[in-house]
Ligand binder design. Structure first.
Ligand code: EPU
Length: 353
């Protein structure tokens, strides 16, 4: 086994993934490797013990549903480093390794005086996972300040660059969830943070937190603090109550469908889209369907934000799948709206989406 000599510590057989997913679902990976650079990654992939096996790229595990054991190789991205690589008259260009913690990276940019990412404070997960689902919160999507990324192509073994257009960013969506799903390991991401900073305080909860603190003209760090306060009040801390953030995407319906629903539910929150369709609040739909704070076995919809599925202890992927089916059926039955799961599923049982 020639590969053994190159990867004495990296490749581990039969590893429990419980601690690597924030929903804390139990599952085992046939093989697991924590990779810190491209050389380490290449050595692992060349190892004959994992030749031909399926591979899965793991970030912080905060947007992941484990649905049974994985008979392949899990690659945990631990590419580190963060630096300003360039500056022009208009912007700072800041780069971070795919394995950097997202929130720590955001706070670091703010401490350097480079505003922009503050509304995305406290989003769990890694820098490398952020572009995959185009993380968004409080009126900002990551795509807005994204500049480029470098990814390792697991099919060709080459490192490739992607600019913004290549990534096809959409609402909680990108090329890396579509045509490129499962193929790339995101090694590093570069952000373009404009020097002319514009505060984004339109989101009601954030505006309220700032007003309560008596701050009329907030700095980026003060907005970050307000966002942290709002998130901590509404969203469960995965370290305390395991969860994977929003479990469903906010669904988009036709203007006609929206008009019919509004006639029956005048208080329904809705967000008109540029293409004439209307985005609905999945959390509101789930609450109206009676699922807020309700449990099914060891899992349930969080009492303060129905869109978040929580594990009260001892849940498996099958429990999550059962809750998902029950909630989807109820929302479909009540509103004629189909919900789509937001986190990625990994496992060999029947796929969840
Ligand atoms: N709502 C309810 N009941 C609930 C939850 C929400 O009535 O149980 C209503 C709220 O009152 C509000 C509307 O639904 O009128 C929207 O709720 P909220 O502002 O909490 O945001 P969201 O649409 O539920 C999205 C993101 C979150 C992000 C927040 C804030 C998605 C799938 N989720 O949630 O992102 O933090 O906006 O910007 O788009 C995540 O992706 O993991 C995530 C947490």
């Amino acid at each position: 086994m020639s590969g053994l000599g190159h990867t004495p510590d990296l490749l581990r057989p039969d590893v429990a993934l419980d601690g690597f997913n924030t929903l804390r679902l139990p599952a085992r990976a046939a093989w697991f490797a924590r990779v810190e650079d491209v050389d380490g990654l290449r050595a692992v992939l060349d190892d004959p013990r994992v030749a031909g096996l399926p591979r899965f790229v793991l970030g912080g595990g905060s947007n992941l549903v484990l649905n049974g054991d994985f008979p392949g190789l899990v690659l945990q991205v631990a590419f580190h480093g963060r630096s300003k690589i360039f500056e022009d008259e208009e912007a700072h260009y800041v780069k971070a390794g795919g394995g950097e913690n997202w929130h720590d990276f955001v706070r670091w940019t703010l401490e350097q005086g480079w505003g922009g990412l503050e509304n995305l404070s406290l989003v769990p997960g890694t820098v490398g996972a952020a572009p995959v689902q185009n993380i968004g919160a409080y009126g900002l999507e990551m795509a807005e300040f994204f500049y480029s990324l470098r990814a390792y192509d697991l099919e060709t073994g080459k490192t490739v660059g992607f600019d913004k257009a290549d990534c096809h960013f959409g609402y909680r969506d990108s090329f890396f969830k579509q045509g490129g799903a499962g193929r790339y390991l995101i090694a590093g991401v570069t952000f373009r943070l404009p020097k002319r900073w514009v505060p984004r305080t339109g989101y009601a909860d954030v505006a309220r937190a700032l007003a309560e603190a008596g701050i009329a003209q907030p700095t980026p760090l003060q907005i970050s603090d307000a966002v942290i306060q709002v998130r901590q009040a509404k969203l469960p801390d995965p370290a305390v109550l395991p969860n994977a953030g929003s479990f469903f995407k906010n669904p988009v319906v036709s203007a006609e469908h929206h008009a019919r629903l509004l006639a029956d539910y005048p208080a329904m929150p809705s967000y008109p889209q540029p293409d004439g369709q209307v985005k609905l609040a999945a959390g509101w739909l789930i609450e109206q369907a009676g699922w807020k704070g309700r449990v099914l076995g060891p899992v349930g919809c969080y009492a303060r934000q129905a869109l978040v599925v929580v594990n009260h202890g001892g849940a498996s992927g099958a429990h999550v799948a059962a809750l998902r089916a029950a909630v989807c059926a109820e929302v479909l039955n009540t509103f004629g709206v189909e919900l789509e799961q937001e986190p990625v599923t990994l496992g060999m049982l029947s796929p969840l989406s």
